[in-house]
Design a protein around this ligand. Structure first.
Ligand code: FES
Length: 148
């Protein structure tokens, strides 16, 4: 069944208190809230478009930029850091010719994140929703081959 923006909006009464839940759902379904969809949301809730953008950009659960297809996260929590997670980051940067934190690559994003609560299995990395445990710099190439 095709999910459209209009169907999502109909799940919410057009009251200001429902703006954030609606934006979270739109972001989860479409990956982000596009400018066009922000305009439609503003019309539906009878709010200025600037209010919709202000709300969307304030909360981490709502993306206002189209996300790359590949999102790689490497834990830099204490346990993973002492297990050389920095070398894993460097290996990924070298292999993919990217820099951690660069928001402008349309294909891939590399994020350094805090503890994922899997310290005993560290260093931990996550690619999209797949978790990798006990990652080594030498094993990065094999992991990336699954995705590229
Ligand atoms: S420090 Fe990496 S999972 Fe906890």
């Amino acid at each position: 069944m095709l999910i459209t923006l209009e169907k999502i909006l109909l799940e919410y009464d057009p009251e200001a208190k429902n703006l954030l839940p609606a934006l979270e759902k739109i972001s989860a379904v479409f990956g982000y809230v596009s400018r066009e969809n922000a305009r439609k949301v503003a019309d539906y809730f009878s709010l200025p478009e600037s209010k919709v953008y202000e709300t969307a950009s304030f909360y981490d659960l709502v993306n206002i930029k189209k996300q790359p297809n590949l999102i790689i996260k490497v834990c830099s929590g204490t346990h993973c850091a002492v297990s050389d997670s920095r070398k894993i980051v460097e290996e990924i940067e070298n292999k993919l010719h990217i820099k951690a934190g660069d928001e402008n690559n349309p294909r891939v994003k590399l994020e350094i994140i805090s503890c994922l609560g899997r310290c005993g299995e560290g260093p931990v990395a996550v690619i999209n929703d797949k978790v990798y445990e006990r990652v080594t710099a030498g094993g990065v190439g094999e992991i990336l081959e699954e995705w590229i």
